[in-house]
Design a protein around this ligand. Structure first.
Ligand SMILES: Nc1ncnc2c1ncn2[C@@H]1O[C@H](COP(=O)(O)OP(=O)(O)OP(=O)(O)O)[C@@H](O)[C@H]1O
Length: 279
């Protein structure tokens, strides 16, 4: 579904993405992990058309989409969510969803005068889809609430809902678990799973929450220094010494020594870098 080949993004002399090659097959939930600064979000920005690559190629559904802008990709079914939700905070949750579908007839002044009935029918259809989306996400009770007043988890669910207002094929989720409480996190995981299994969405998910990665993602790709370091199922990636080395910035020998308990500082670092003993 998505083929990324030798992708590079340079900021001045620094390569945030440095020859990244990656495949995503239809139906997968691919987990993208890696230490801070590995280039994950920059890769998302390149794939979603928010940044122009310095080199390399991106193909989506067999078509070369390198350098296409976000809205062109959106129309092809490639959409993304943000680490920090981008809601219109003064609009209600429902209105936020209703804003998503492009080219609504009511957006054109003359259509409002000349084809009032058509505008009304189109708006009713979008409203129905928004209400179905809110029901799916179990957010009906906050449909009329200002989006700015929603909790962090509800905003993340609403972000997911925005992707459901389009005919998305590939959804890029940037840290969906960040700032979400445990209860809403379980719901978010369930909804991602249902969208994947029952509605045919393919996902790439950037996440530092290894529990979520383990539950949802196959395959898992670990990036470091702008490149794919290791790819495989969660257990394989977790067991790979290069992954621990990338997270801790240690040589394999030092990691092995510290794993034997010689340096309590590294144990602390490991606990901080890799929450809940996951890696
Ligand atoms: N616009 C920019 N200009 C200069 N450097 C940038 C820019 N955007 C990102 N970088 C740098 O590129 C590197 C990769 O950043 P990126 O945000 O892609 O990493 P990440 O893997 O998503 O990290 P995190 O897990 O912390 O979100 C970082 O060193 C970052 O400072």
């Amino acid at each position: 579904m998505l083929e990324v080949d030798g992708l590079v993004k340079a900021f001045g002399g620094f390569r945030a993405v440095d020859g990244c090659t990656l495949r995503v097959n239809e139906g997968e939930i691919l987990g993208l992990i890696g230490p801070n600064g590995a280039g994950k979000t920059t890769l998302f920005n390149l794939v979603a058309g928010a940044l122009q690559p310095s080199a390399g190629a991106i193909r989506f559904l067999g078509e070369d989409v390198t350098g296409l802008a976000t809205d062109a990709l959106f129309h092809k079914g490639l959409v993304r969510t943000f680490q920090i939700p981008h809601e219109f905070h003064r609009l209600s949750a429902r209105e936020n969803l209703m804003m998503v579908p492009p080219h609504q007839p009511g957006e054109r002044l003359f259509a409002n005068w000349l084809a009032w009935g058509r505008v009304q029918r189109a708006e009713a259809a979008v409203r129905k889809r928004a209400d179905e989306t809110l029901a799916f996400l179990e957010l009906t009770h906050v449909a009329d609430e200002r989006a700015g007043n929603l909790s962090g988890g509800q905003k993340k669910l609403l972000e997911l809902g925005r992707t459901m207002m389009t005919d998305a094929r590939l959804v890029l989720l940037d840290e969906p678990a960040a700032g979400v409480n445990r209860t809403l996190l379980r719901r978010l995981e369930d909804k991602i799973r249902v969208l994947n299994r029952e509605r045919g969405y393919t996902f790439i998910l950037i996440e530092h929450d290894m529990e979520m990665i383990e539950k949802l993602c196959r395959p898992v790709v670990c990036m470091a220094e702008g490149k794919v370091l290791v790819e495989g199922d969660f257990r394989t990636v977790r067991a790979d010494p290069r992954v621990l080395e990338a997270y801790l910035g240690e040589t394999p020998v030092a990691v092995a020594r510290n794993a034997a308990g010689h340096d309590p500082a590294v144990e602390t670092l490991r606990a901080q870098a890799l929450p809940r003993e996951d890696l």
